[in-house]
Design a protein around this ligand. Structure first.
Ligand code: NAD
Ligand code: TYD
Length: 350
């Protein structure tokens, strides 16, 4: 029996991690803590919300008192920390929100664990889920490894880099059992349509322009979200204390090539003439400080913990498109209300 606090479990990746742990480990008690920001959605978890080993707590990780009280009341064995502000464009508009949640929120969780796990650090694990964006940008060549120096460029990646440093500092200073993983761009179901792939699917479906930043030449390494959740499971259970793993898809795509592939898939799924959706592609002003290329070397994870991605990108992308087309209500719900004003503000001047 283990009681695990998963933070950010109502978000995109968090909901896949919660689902995996609730279903795979009926003898674990999973407590999902989430503030339910615009990105958090309990509709992501309707299939498991009534399971006896699952509980939801609405809380804000920037509220240190509330976090301490939760740790006092619940005897957690481990934390898997995913709660974060996660969108680069929003971090350019409002960096402070990223400092508050990603840095202060992480330190609040570390402080609570440090206090309430005293005397049993060897039996408790703090697993911090991070991003490859902390390593900065690559040129045409090379890949990020676990020893690549941190060089973040956006307020988002700077805040995640800072949180990673705090997690390592608590391991080195207090001897807490901390583990970190840094993953490349995820894609799949339940992804909030402010990020490239779900935004493009939604716009193509609605015959709206598909905004491509700059020349569309930036490269990202895409990983199926369920493969990320499986990697988190393996690392959580088998990593050595203080260890770090990179997680990636070995799947690099230029944005414009990815969007063209997506347009082809959407033409087929929607019964449109070939080339119809690609007419929606619209080049817009580039993102400030836009990192050119990310690519992850996940050899360590493959060799030590026997993890490899399971899906080819074309197959995963087609499955993702199917999910969005079959879950129109989910998409309509998350794109009503605040989404409209965000979209207006983000794309009107481009
Ligand atoms: P997301 O934005 O979809 O979800 C974040 C969740 O955190 C939401 O449910 C939100 O309500 C919650 N949250 C935000 N602020 C909070 C607060 N103050 N207190 C409590 N809950 C709060 O993000 P995601 O894409 O699922 O990313 C999850 C984690 O994985 C993040 O830490 C992110 O940095 C990391 N990551 C994401 C990617 C990616 O491609 N999306 C890749 C690598 C790493
Ligand atoms: P995004 O999904 O925001 O992830 P990240 O910035 O964390 O990598 O963006 C992926 C890539 O797509 C990135 O190079 C920026 C680009 N992009 C566009 O070209 N148009 C868009 O509307 C968005 C949201 C992103």
């Amino acid at each position: 029996m283990k009681k695990i606090l998963i933070t950010g479990g109502a978000g995109f990746i968090g909901s896949h991690v919660v689902r995996r742990f609730v279903n795979s480990y009926p003898n674990y008690e999973i407590v999902n803590l989430d503030k339910l920001t615009y990105a958090g959605n309990l509709a992501n978890l309707t299939d498991i919300e009534h399971k006896p080993n699952y509980k939801f707590v609405k809380e804000d990780i920037t509220d240190a008192d509330a976090i301490n009280q939760l740790f006092r009341n619940e005897n957690f064995d481990a934390v898997i920390h995913l709660a974060a502000e996660s969108h680069v464009d929003r971090s350019i508009t409002d960096p402070t929100a990223f400092v508050m949640t990603n840095v202060i929120g992480t330190v609040n969780l570390l402080n609570a664990a440090r206090e309430y796990w005293k005397g049993s650090y060897d039996q408790k694990r703090f697993y911090h889920v991070s991003t490859d964006e902390v390593y900065g940008a690559l040129g045409e060549e090379g890949m990020f490894t676990e020893t690549t120096a941190y060089d973040p460029h956006s307020p988002y990646s700077a805040s995640k880099a800072s949180s990673d440093h705090f997690v390592r500092a608590y391991h080195d200073t207090y001897g807490m059992d901390c583990v970190i993983s840094n993953c490349s761009n995820n894609y799949g179901s339940h992804h909030f349509p402010e990020k490239l792939i779900p935004l493009a699917i939604n716009n193509i479906k609605n015959n709206k322009p598909v905004p491509v930043y700059g020349k569309g030449e930036n490269v990202r390494d895409w990983l199926w979200v369920e493969d990320h959740a499986r990697a988190i499971d393996v690392i959580f259970h088998h990593a050595k204390t203080g260890d770090t793993y990179n997680i990636g898809g070995h799947n690099e795509w230029k944005n414009i090539d990815l969007i063209n592939l997506l347009c082809n898939i959407m033409d087929q799924k929607l019964g449109r003439e070939a080339g119809e959706s690609a007419k929606l592609i619209t080049y817009v002003t580039d993102r400030a400080g836009h990192d050119l290329r990310y690519a992850i070397d996940s050899t360590k994870l493959q060799k030590e913990l026997d993890w490899v991605p399971s899906l080819q990108f074309e197959e995963g992308l087609a499955k993702t498109v199917d999910w969005y087309l079959q879950n129109e209500e989910w998409l309509n719900n998350v794109t009503s209300g605040n989404y409209q004003s965000y979209y207006e503000q983000q794309y009107s001047n481009k």
